[in-house]
Write a protein that binds this ligand. Sequence first.
Ligand code: ARG
Length: 279
Amino acid sequence: MTTMNRRNFIATLGIAGSAALLAGCSNDTAEQEPAADDAAESTDEASYTLVKEGVLTNVAELGFSPFEYIDDEGTTVGFDVDLSNAIAEKMGLTCEWLPNQAFDTLVPTIQQGGKADICIAGMTITDERLESVDFSDPYLNSNQALIVAASSDATTESLNAAEVQIACQTGTTGDEWIQENLPNATRVPLADVTAGMMGVSTGSYQAMVIDLPVAQNMLAQSFSDLKVLEEIPTGEQYGIAVSKDNPELLAAVNDALAQIEEDGTMDEIKQKWFGTTEI
Ligand code: ARG
């Protein structure tokens, strides 16, 4: 049993216990005070549907460190994972992650329904995606980064040429940025961020465009031979995607998010993954 499962299990016991107690001592009271426990309140109010009872099922592309990635032990970890666990806990649920899925399949998966309840994947809220899914309130700000080899003397302008290959993750906002801002370059959309960075490292590609926090993390962890040539102030905001058919779930997620912002949990998670709450 994971820590979270254990906690929920105990919480569930607590609810059952106090309900039994109330029922036992005041048969004549039709309207009972709601239990003070968060989990009990949201369980009573829950009117949303879940793919699996008692579980918040997540889907993501799991190669986006430090937001979601698979660690050496094969466990899915990261900022978004901690956030999703915290949201689930506020809702009195446990959290599960589906196996890795390509980034450009995530919005369609949520839109179709039946597989995952939410997608929390460092995903930027965009007008185009909002046509297919709903998004929670924003939970983090982000920008893009243009990455090149540390030894490269390229400029952003010099990269806008047909013989220049620029990697990105397929269907991301970085992918879109290349198409709009370096239209002459040869764009190389890839399923995997690490493959793109490796390619820049080995010289197969001259650059890569990816979310700045991920670039900074991966450069610090594994790619000291790469540098951020330009920070691109796209002003993106990450949100949690939920099916348009599940507005009550969206409301519950937003409610949990607000509690997490308020009670300091969000700052704790930011501190853990970024060493600062200023992100
Ligand atoms: N923020 C960017 C976007 O929404 C990239 C997200 C990539 N996320 C991932 N888990 N691979 O398009």
